[in-house]
Design a protein around this ligand. Structure first.
Ligand code: GN1
Ligand code: MG
Length: 364
């Protein structure tokens, strides 16, 4: 679809105007653009097209984001020593927090965070520790925001029962005749499905509490400044009630993998235990006082749980003919699945060590 980015930006209350823009290629769901005002007096902006076939309630989603960023901004203003930033939503000229264009496409605008960078593969333990502290702080600053006020932007997002049901349906439908290509991956899922259902059982029984969580804590959603201090958490589309296990687990899936999420050479995939340890220490430094026993007991396992659920979603999307995640080549989702499952095997071999690391970090 041809998009007139400058025209779209003109609907927002910005300082200056959009004189140039550049598409950003990370992210599997939304489209993002850096908006250049080419002026030392005005900030740059970050424009996003919101994929409303995935986020069905954009109004609810934007209200979530405004509630969360508003709460964080107040907290950070009260605690100046925290040295942390929060995304700033720029409203439209009509006061709405998103712009709906004549083609019924949704857009939002943030202030661009200058001189910041993220990591797809974490380079050292200092960065991992900083990242853990950042997501821990994010969650701990949100403990007193009532979860009731937030909508589920994607219902059942990390609901393993539902994800398995959907997977089995895709298996039966075999829409694009790909079941024959993934026999080993299907076997992998079946072998572990029951064990994975332990988490939804604990959520249902109330042993695992629902909090406000980020739910998409890929390590590259942490922005760092030029001295590798963690500055800000981005990608707030899925901030909604969830378990803290989702947040811890997904950061380990992405941050403690020695390879990229779509590495073709599986021999490069492994769990980096020093990175895992550093992340755990940072995360627990800022969350340990709020965690329950059931959360602590399942923290190490949550890394396997989240790697499994996302691997399962990649596999399901492969079977459905790649309709959800953006792909760059035909078997991209299969490659992503294989990486996730290889990482789970590595974590299974290291399960005892991973548990011991959490216990040690809790006691620190
Ligand atoms: C999607 O678009 P991105 O990269 O922020 C997905 C996450 C997956 C991730 C896998 C809303 O996130 O759940 O973990 O891809 N987001 C949504 O890389 O489905
Ligand atoms: Mg995301």
């Amino acid at each position: 679809m041809e998009r007139n980015i400058k025209e779209i930006v003109s609907h927002f209350s910005i300082e200056g105007e959009c004189l140039d823009f550049k598409k950003n290629t990370t992210g599997h769901i939304n489209d993002s653009y850096y908006i250049d005002t080419k002026s030392p007096d005005h900030p740059g902006y970050f424009l996003q097209w919101i994929n409303s076939s995935i986020f069905r309630d954009v109004e609810g989603l934007m209200n979530n984001i405004c509630a969360v960023t508003g709460h964080l901004a107040t907290k950070l203003a009260e605690n100046k020593d925290l040295d942390f930033k929060v995304l700033e939503v720029i409203p439209c000229k009509d006061g709405k927090n998103f712009y709906l264009d004549p083609d019924s496409q949704y857009w939002r605008l943030y202030i661009f965070i200058d001189n910041a960078h993220g990591y797809n593969v974490v380079e050292n333990i200092e960065i991992a520790y900083e990242g853990g502290k950042a997501f821990g702080l994010f969650m701990s600053l949100l403990v007193d925001l009532p979860a009731k006020g937030l909508t589920d932007t994607i219902p059942d997002f990390h609901n393993m029962e539902k994800r398995l049901e959907t997977f089995y349906k895709s298996l039966t439908d075999d829409k694009v005749n790909r079941v024959k290509d993934v026999a080993a991956e299907i076997e992998f899922v079946k072998k572990r499905a029951e064990q994975m259902l332990s988490i939804p059982a604990l959520i249902k029984s109330g042993e695992l509490p629902l909090r406000i969580t980020h739910n998409d804590t890929k390590f590259n959603n942490i922005m760092f400044d030029s001295s590798d201090h963690a500055l800000c958490i981005v990608d707030l589309d899925t901030v909604m009630p969830g378990s803290i296990l989702f947040d811890f687990g997904d950061s380990i899936r992405t941050g403690a993998n020695t390879a990229n999420e779509d590495e073709k050479d599986l021999s490069k995939v492994d769990i980096n235990l020093p990175i895992y340890e550093a992340y755990s220490r940072g995360f627990l430094k800022n969350t340990r006082s709020t965690l329950t026993e059931a959360e602590i007991n399942n923290l190490a396992f949550s890394a396997r749980f989240m790697t499994f659920i996302i691997g399962l979603r990649f596999l399901t999307d492969f079977l459905d003919g790649d309709t959800y995640f953006r792909t760059s080549y035909p078997d991209h989702n299969q490659v992503r699945t294989k990486v996730q499952f290889r990482l789970i095997e590595a974590m299974e071999r290291n399960a005892e060590k991973m548990n011991a690391i959490v216990i040690k970090a809790i006691e620190e």
